[in-house]
Design a protein around this ligand. Structure first.
Ligand SMILES: [Zn+2]
Length: 235
C-alpha cells in the first residue's frame, strides 16, 4: 500500500508538471502578442509622422502654386499698365498691383512657416526611426527568450509524459483509473495527505473513522468532502 501511495504521488508530480507546462506554453502566444502590439505603437507613431510630413509638403506645393498665380496676375497687370492712356487709370491699376503684392508676401510667409515645420517633422521622423529600431531589437530579444522558453517547456512536458507512462504501467489499473478521474475533475491534486486530521485538499476536518480507514490502508479511501484520495504521512 505504502509503495502504491508513493507511486501515485510520483505520478501526480508528473501530471502536475505536465499540466503547468501546458498552461504556461498556452500563455506564451498571448505574451508574444502583447509584446508585438507594443511594437505596433512605435510603427504607428512613425507612420503618423510620415503622413504629417506628406500633408505638409502638399500644403507647401499649394502655397507655391498660389504665389505663382499671383505673380502671373501682377505681370499681366504690369503689361496692361503700359497700354493705359491716363495717369488716373494707371494709379487705379497700381492699387491692384499693391494688393496682390501683399497677398504674395503673406503667402511667402506661410511657405516659410511650412518649410520650418518640415524640418521639425523630419527631426521627429529621424528620432522615431531610431526609437523603433531600438524597440525592435529589444522586443526581438524578448520574443527569442519566449520562443526558447516555449521549447524548454515542450521538452519538459514530453519528458514528463514519458516518465508518466512508465509510472502508470506500474500502478494497479483500478487505482489508476480512480486517480485519473479525480485528477481530471479537480485539476490540481487527486491524492492528498492528512495533516492534523485535516484533508490536505479541501482542509476540512476528517471524522476519526476515516482516518482509521486510511491508516488500515487496505483500499482507496477518499475524502467525504472533496473526493480526493487520502493518505497518511505516518503510515
Ligand atoms: Zn477533502
Amino acid at each position: 500500500m505504502a509503495s502504491m501511495v508513493e507511486k501515485l504521488l510520483e505520478l501526480q508530480d508528473r501530471d502536475r508538471q505536465i499540466l503547468h507546462g501546458i498552461r504556461e506554453s498556452e500563455d506564451i502566444p498571448k505574451k508574444k502578442q502583447v509584446i508585438e502590439s507594443e511594437l505596433e505603437k512605435y510603427k504607428d507613431g512613425l507612420g503618423q509622422a510620415q503622413e504629417k510630413l506628406k500633408a505638409n509638403q502638399a500644403s507647401i506645393k499649394a502655397v507655391e502654386l498660389e504665389i505663382n498665380t499671383l505673380r502671373e496676375k501682377v505681370a499681366k497687370l504690369r503689361q496692361q499698365q503700359l497700354e493705359l492712356k491716363t495717369n488716373k487709370e494707371f494709379q487705379a491699376m497700381e492699387g491692384e498691383v499693391l494688393g496682390l503684392g501683399s497677398q504674395i508676401k503673406a503667402a511667402e510667409d506661410r511657405a516659410i512657416e511650412l518649410m520650418e515645420k518640415v524640418e521639425e517633422i523630419e527631426t521627429e521622423i529621424a528620432e522615431r526611426r531610431v526609437q523603433l529600431k531600438t524597440e525592435e531589437a529589444r522586443i526581438g530579444g524578448d520574443l527569442t527568450v519566449l520562443d526558447g522558453r516555449l521549447q524548454t517547456i515542450l521538452d519538459e512536458v514530453a519528458r514528463a509524459k514519458d516518465s508518466r507512462e512508465t509510472l502508470a504501467g506500474e500502478i494497479d489499473p483500478a487505482w489508476l483509473s480512480r486517480y485519473d478521474r479525480i485528477f481530471r475533475n479537480k485539476g490540481d491534486y487527486a491524492i492528498v495527505g492528512i495533516e492534523h486530521r485535516v484533508c490536505g485538499g479541501c482542509h476540512m476536518k476528517l471524522p476519526p473513522h476515516v482516518i482509521q480507514d486510511v491508516k488500515k490502508a487496505d483500499g482507496i479511501v477518499t475524502c467525504d468532502f472533496c473526493g480526493r484520495i487520502l493518505y497518511t504521512k505516518d503510515g
